[in-house]
Design a protein around this ligand. Structure first.
Ligand code: NOJ
Ligand code: NOJ
Length: 719
């Protein structure tokens, strides 16, 4: 019943959005599964704008609101209606997607802090019911009205909506509502006396545990009641909640604490979302740098799960370089290292600051440097995400400006600040020149203060020069570029001190730029877009899916007449076709990795892009092997097997499933998302610290995957 009626609401909504789009405003028709051309703006809903005073102190959770805005840890009045009212401010800035705080119904009670002061879940990270909207953000009946209104208004302004979704936990397990979880108003389970096993009951993650895969995924994050996603009820509940948001029109999900949820389960979570419809997913995998012990796990996850990540290593480098004046080589080396590791690097979400760290101006109160960092994130590799208020130079430096002082109330909505203009201009460039969303990133000139880099996608080129020194200019000689011979004016029209350059013809993609002086604190952007050429694919999304899943292929020069899309040699059904974006359906072919190509109506064939055809919809299964091969420190047990989901019998760290975890040594386990209804063959292997591979003996293990829910399979290592 409920499913049916939501589907009808969904249809009615999209119909009205369609009408609003054609009649009133140009819509952003790019599909969410091609997110590379978007500029994201991150909003802490409670701290943006109070659009309705009627929801400031709702009866079911009264006393959590501070009208004086002096207690930073309670609600201050911002709401979904407030964001809706500021839609033209956002659109005018060039924002094309908003990421809002978790909008779901949160903790209703006050949990006093150590000094007896009230605290509340104004940030949204203590969900009690994932299927209702928080009363402080919407209305006192916890219905979806204000949420739907926001989505409709956003879409009418060409703005996509991303919700923050926190599948790791419910509320605090030792105070307040003690983790109690509700399913659309009905109590599902309590953390205490959890006879169903809906929660994990381990200690808080601490010390070395932050680098230990088992503790990271299965221990408790900051006292928050840790959900057991391997329980079919919790699995089904979280997937249904995400789908409800899709039915209400959301375009994507920022997955909170993605590193702390069972990684293998998350593959099936992503698959469930993509099976239902068009979406973009990125997760919060916190890590300070590419030297983090779990860095390798992070890019293996991003390469295979269909979930992109927030780019924390680059964030650290951006803050070091622009905030603390370290050498530009810090940024350059992260870009090049991640470039070698992440298959889908252009999908990484890049940022200067967020709600969990001091705002940029709190670490360096210098607007020039903020502008430089902004221009960098808007033109470098990845999808830029701007923290609310950055364009108004918002910051409060109390206590170093960290949480909660990095979450002040927005006060100004001034559309003429330099930052607002810079964002607007560079957002336009991201739409008009494919080098920004899809292109390579190459360093062309570097010293401590100067970074000149080039973005290039086929013949489309953007060259960016930044001098972060506050007082010294630099003479730039010997600079080469792929920009064709000619004269180029600054795309930012001197907003950040830029000027024109001249380029003469050279060879091998190295055209000399006439020497110039790059003044102190300057950013200049020069660009070139080529005319019609052969079809060029820059993006595919999602990056994996089973037969029937719709895939968005984006790029340039596809032509206005429908041509052909091939997965390997198999022609796929085309659902829609424009010269920059094609939607095709994953064909029924043998599971595995395919090169996808586009052939235009004139017979010209594009470059290819990788896509993984899954065997079937994914079901999360917990695999345990008891008494596995004797291991030394640094050796790990992995799972490998007969389908692409299990690595097709491969035996490398990056292609087999694992490393598995061993909380009960010598028994090892992992969750792997495997094809529903299929009988799979599998075995366990040891990959030793030195890389040597040992197979268990005997015949392959065999298991028939259920068609829904979750599953468990335990075997003994065969000697
Ligand atoms: C990370 C979020 O960004 C942070 O603000 C939150 O408190 C934790 N996850 C827990 O949900
Ligand atoms: C855990 C270690 O990380 C792993 O490498 C080792 O094989 C087992 N403990 C046994 O020592």
């Amino acid at each position: 019943m409920r499913r049916g009626s939501y589907a009808i609401i969904g249809r009615a909504l999209s119909l009205s959005i369609l009408l609003v789009c054609t009649l009133l405003a140009p819509c952003n028709s790019a599909r969410a599964s091609d997110f590379k051309r978007e500029v994201i703006y991150q909003i802490i809903t409670d701290r943006f704008f109070d659009g309705s005073t009627s929801n400031n102190n709702p009866s079911q959770s009264s006393g959590l609101y501070d009208a004086t805005k002096t207690n930073w840890r309670v609600y201050w009045g911002g709401d979904l209606a407030g964001i809706q009212q500021k839609m033209s401010y956002l659109a005018g800035m060039g924002v094309t997607a908003i990421w809002i705080s978790p909008p779901v119904d949160n903790l209703n009670t006050n949990i006093p802090d150590g000094n007896g002061n009230p605290t509340a879940s104004y940030h949204g990270y203590q969900a009690r019911d994932f299927k209702r909207i928080e009363e402080h953000f919407g209305n006192s009946s916890n219905t979806w009205t204000e949420f739907d209104n926001l989505v409709t208004a956003a879409h009418a302004n060409g703005i996509k909506v991303i919700v923050d979704f926190a599948p790791n936990h419910s509320t605090q397990n030792n105070a307040g509502e003690f983790g109690a979880l509700y399913d659309n108003g009905v109590l599902l389970g309590n953390f205490t006396g959890d006879s169903n096993g809906y929660f994990h009951h381990n200690a808080n993650i601490s010390g070395g545990g932050w680098d230990d895969r088992y503790q990271v995924e299965y221990y408790t994050l900051f006292d928050l009641a840790d959900l057991n996603q391997e329980h079919a009820t919790i699995d089904g509940y979280l997937k249904a909640a995400a789908q409800l948001f899709q039915q209400h029109g959301v375009d994507g999900f920022r997955i909170d604490a993605v590193k702390h949820v069972s990684w293998g389960w998350e593959y099936s979570f992503a698959n469930s979302i993509y099976t239902f419809g068009d979406s973009f997913l990125f997760g919060e995998w916190y890590q300070a740098s590419t030297s983090d012990p779990l860095y390798h796990d992070s890019y293996k996850f991003a390469n295979k799960s269909g979930i992109s990540l927030l780019d924390f290593p680059l964030n650290t480098a951006i803050r070091n370089v622009f905030g603390s004046n370290s050498n530009f080589s810090d940024i350059d080396s992260v870009i090049s290292q991640e470039g070698g590791n992440f298959t889908w690097k252009e999908d990484l979400v890049t940022f200067i600051d967020n709600h969990d760290m001091a705002r940029f101006l709190s670490i360096n109160n210098n607007n020039n440097r903020l502008h430089e960092a902004l221009a960098f994130t808007l033109t470098s590799r990845g999808i830029p995400c701007i923290y609310y208020g950055t364009e108004q130079y918002l910051h409060d430096d109390t206590g170093g400006g960290t949480d909660p002082y990095n979450r002040p109330m927005m006060v100004n909505f001034n559309t003429s600040t330099t930052a607002y203009q810079v964002i607007n201009k560079l957002s336009t460039l991201r739409r008009s020149n494919t080098a920004i969303p899809y292109g390579s990133m190459t360093q062309r000139w570097l010293n401590n203060d100067v970074y000149i880099y080039e973005r290039k996608f086929f013949g489309n080129v953007v060259l960016v020069a930044i001098n972060k020194n506050e007082t010294s200019s630099y003479n730039i000689t010997g600079l080469n570029t792929s920009l064709p011979a000619g004269s180029y004016s600054d795309y930012l029209t001197a907003l950040l001190g830029g000027f024109s350059i001249g380029v003469t013809a050279g060879s091998g993609g190295n055209n000399p730029v006439a020497s110039f002086t790059l003044p102190a604190h300057t950013v200049a952007v020069w660009q070139f877009t080529e005319g019609t050429a052969t079809p060029q694919i820059g993006s595919i999304g999602p990056t994996n899916g089973q037969a029937g899943v719709k895939v968005t292929i984006a790029g340039k020069n596809f032509g206005s007449t429908t041509g052909t899309v091939k997965f390997g040699t198999t022609t796929a059904t085309v659902n829609s076709w424009t010269s920059t974006q094609i939607v095709a359906t994953t064909p029924s072919v043998t599971n595995g990795n395919y090169n996808v190509t586009v052939t235009n109506s004139g017979g010209q064939v594009s470059n290819s892009i990788q896509y993984t055809v899954l065997t079937a919809k994914l079901i999360p299964i917990t695999f345990t092997v008891n008494n596995a091969s004797p291991t030394q420190v640094g050796d790990y047990i992995f799972l490998t097997g007969s389908t692409v989901e299990l690595g097709n019998w491969s035996t490398t760290w990056d292609s087999a499933v694992g490393p598995m975890m061993t909380p009960n040594y010598p028994n090892w386990f992992t969750v792997a998302s495997v094809p529903a209804g299929q009988t799979i063959q599998f075995k366990f292997i040891k990959i030793a610290a030195n890389g040597a591979v040992t197979w268990e003996a005997g015949a392959n293990h065999q298991y028939t995957v259920p068609t829904s829910g979750t599953g468990f399979v335990t075997v003994n290592w065969q000697y």
